[in-house]
Design a protein around this ligand. Sequence first.
Ligand SMILES: [Fe+2]
Length: 415
Amino acid sequence: MYRRDFLKLAGSAAGAAAVYTFLPHVTIAGGRPVYTISTSTIARPSFTAPEIVKSGGAIPCAMSATAKTEVESAWLHGANGGSRVALSLETGGTAEGAPTALLPQSDPDPGMYDLFISAARGNKKRVERLPMAVKIVEDYKTDFEFGIISDVHFGDPRITADIPGFDVAETFRKEIAILNERNIEFCICCGDLCFLPPETKKQIAEYMDTLSARATFPTFTVPGNHDGYATGSTSKINFDTYKYWRRTFGPFHYEASYGDIPLIGINTYEREPKQRNLYGGFGESLDMGVIGAAQLEWLDATLARTTGSAGGAAIMFGHHNPTNTFMDMNGPFSVLPFSETGRLQLLGLVEKYSPDYFFTGHLHAVFAEKYKDTNILTVPTAASRPAQGHPIGFQIATVKNSRISSIETIEMLRP
Ligand SMILES: [Fe+2]
């Protein structure tokens, strides 16, 4: 929800109470929001691109490239209650995306934290919140588990047509409970959080709220085609889901890490807004994966730095699988998942740097294949209609000596 809409709705105490009921990610005091979920001052760490940091260490952070506000103060607050830890900001310069660090003024206890920023523009001030943006650990483990989810699809009616009474949110909550029980270090999400615009904004907020209310782990999320859908006429876009993602969630592609293990999230639905228009007449090609030259250049440099040309234990994740080995049979068409725009170049980088694993979604199915030296996995849908013969569920990876040793598929339901 935009701040101006929010203030309009929150004009009275009764209105505020009603808004709070539907938007648990916004807290109200005296009819006004206490904070805004926003990445407009600090872009990272954010909800979708969190940082996992050792207690006492500096938290790497990047200012938003379009920031018009200045940081007055920043602090961490325990995501599930807990304590407040003041942060000081060390800026590395004013250039776009200049690296900065947030330094805790006392050693935070291990656990999940929301990042808060008091941001100012002239004499206008507001508090921005980045939920679940920081996890503090005592040390990085070499033996641990992490989760992989995809295609959660809040707002998707397809599954309830197949299974009356099926509840996306309830299923997702049960999956989070299993991941909490397994005490995973982090989770990866390969996109498609929502269904159709303009409700996508609300549906993405529901994904964020459900995780931030329950999960005891951070989740690295990248967008899928549904997260990028726009609406409008063939010549004019009225609503663009990506705009909401950008100012609320953070970057579309990024480099993150767990200790020495690089976690590289890519955006495989990198199209111009008009090419993401649901009503633009693109038919079956609308959903196909696309990756542009600038992102490929970034990926080349990132993989070179993090894996070395000899290869390393890097983990990649994105929505569309560029091998096109398996058809997308989930919509009204049977279609190849990835277009030819950037597909072979992306595969070329996978071959050149040999990341250990590349997790993808999109097909609502479970597949495993080897491309050169990389395991490319297709992760099941967490809470939407699966492809025929495939389950609803998610995966858990077991890591031993900092390398993935096995992948387990947890089936929630097989329609
Ligand atoms: Fe999907």
